[in-house]
Design a binder for this molecule. Structure first.
Ligand code: FES
Length: 436
């Protein structure tokens, strides 16, 4: 959808007024725009490039209540009621997307899949049992199963309920069409470069609105909020393999290192290539496990909160009218629907206690996270003498010949070969006067 797509919506020019300004036209921005417009609010959305062209373009279409072991960790760290809320909000989000699939205004199909969490290492087996018990306690009837996956003989598996495959790009475009039918105004090629408490600005226009939703994947406002200290990022590589495995199982590694998704003629593997700014991961996993049909150069960046619970709700305690949805860690379909429902409820002043666990303003930054972010920033700042500097916070950019992009090792901004922003959090271009 990304390459070669034409603009369907106008550039934001002049001054628009709305009840809610949405920044970003990916799954979160469009889900929020649709849900808010459905509730009768006037919505205006500004997307930097084309609708659905950011991280959402790399969504593999797996709708699931988790993509790796989650529930035992949440229960152990935050209590069983937090794990229950996490499960219930995910189940409701999945049911909402199912309901949309039968809505006359939408036309996309949900295919139920056998979702398997796989423990590859022996040391993970006990954790997988703990995960199974916790999932059952919080209303997700998971069960241990035996399954002989050719790639991982001897692995232990649990079957996860509510796992579906959908065409994510089709779903996303239909969210856009339906939001527009509900009178939401959508703008493309309109990068937001500044945000105030009641307005957002692009180079050629502005949206004045009492409420603002930041849906840019990686939040573009540094302070307040401090998301550049609160988010981790991992590179995700997408590969087509030579064959499809002979089942309809979607296999998700318990540690989140990969997801294997059956396709019509071959499998799609989504490989976690390690943290942004590190060189670990990719090739080792691939060469030991896969025969690659085609290296697609499709690289996405997933963002994670350190506790693996997305940030959804008020952006910061100092900006009660600005909202955010980010940090889904690969669960963009369910996460974006939860964000849309939570933010809509909070803007309308409806009860929203079930979404409390996602609230960014009730979660502190740990010393460990500060240290990790500080080390990563220092490495990025001083790690590339003579390289162009990122327009976000000044780290040295690294050129990636395979994608022809300049990448920032600090918070994952990417720039094309003439310096234009490809991925947030940067909002301004860079000057590329140095050698590649
Ligand atoms: Fe933050 Fe580059 S310094 S993305």
């Amino acid at each position: 959808m990304e390459s070669g797509s034409r603009y369907r919506y106008p550039i934001l020019r002049g001054r628009e007024k709305a009840d809610v300004a949405v920044v970003g036209g990916g799954l979160t921005g469009l889900s929020a725009a649709f849900w808010l417009a459905k509730s009768g609010l006037r919505v205006a959305l500004a997307e930097a490039k084309t609708i659905g062209s950011g991280s959402s373009a790399y969504n593999c279409g797996i709708l699931a209540p988790c993509h790796q072991m989650m529930y035992a960790r949440i229960s152990d760290e935050k209590g069983i009621s937090a794990a229950e809320k996490f499960a219930q909000t995910h189940i409701e989000a999945i049911q909402s997307i199912r309901a949309l699939s039968t809505n006359p205004g939408f036309s996309f199909e949900l295919q139920e899949r056998n979702g398997l969490l796989a423990a590859i290492k022996n040391s993970e087996t006990a954790e997988l049992n703990h995960e199974t018990e916790t999932m059952r306690k919080v209303g997700l009837p998971a069960e241990s199963v035996s399954f002989s996956d050719a790639s991982d003989p001897g692995a232990a598996f649990i079957k996860v309920p509510y796992v579906y495959r959908i065409n994510a790009s089709r779903y996303l475009m239909q969210l856009a069409c339906n939001a527009e039918k509900l009178k939401a105004k959508l703008f493309e090629n309109s990068r937001v470069t500044a945000v105030e408490v009641d307005a957002v600005y692009t180079e050629s226009g502005s949206i004045q609105a009492p409420y603002i939703v930041i849906a840019t994947g990686y939040p573009i406002i540094n302070i307040p909020g401090w998301y550049f200290l609160r988010l981790e990022q991992k590179k995700i590589y997408l590969y087509q393999t030579e064959k499809r495995h002979d089942s309809d199982h979607v296999i998700m590694a318990a540690d989140g290192s990969y997801t294997c998704i059956p396709g019509e003629t071959n499998d799609l593997w989504r490989i976690n290539g390690g943290f942004v700014g590190t060189q670990t991961g990719e090739e080792g996993i691939l060469t030991s496990r896969l025969r690659i049909k085609k290296k697609e150069d499709r690289i996405a960046i997933d963002t994670y909160a350190p506790d693996r619970i997305p940030y959804i709700g008020r952006y910061s305690s100092k900006t009660p009218n600005i909202f955010v949805g980010c940090g889904y860690g690969g669960s963009g379909l369910a996460g974006s629907m939860i964000a849309a429902q939570a933010i809509t409820a909070q803007i309308l002043g409806l009860p929203s206690a079930e979404f409390d666990i996602y609230s960014p303003i009730h979660r502190t930054i740990s010393f460990h996270d500060l240290l990790r972010s500080g080390r990563q920033y220092a490495n990025g700042l001083f790690g590339g003498f003579g390289a162009p500097r990122c327009s976000h916070m000044g780290c040295c950019l690294i050129y990636q010949p395979s994608s022809h992009l300049w990448e920032c090792p600090c918070h994952g901004s990417r720039f094309d070969n003439i310096g234009r922003v490809v991925n947030a959090p940067a909002t301004r271009p860079v000057h590329l006067h140095k050698r590649k």
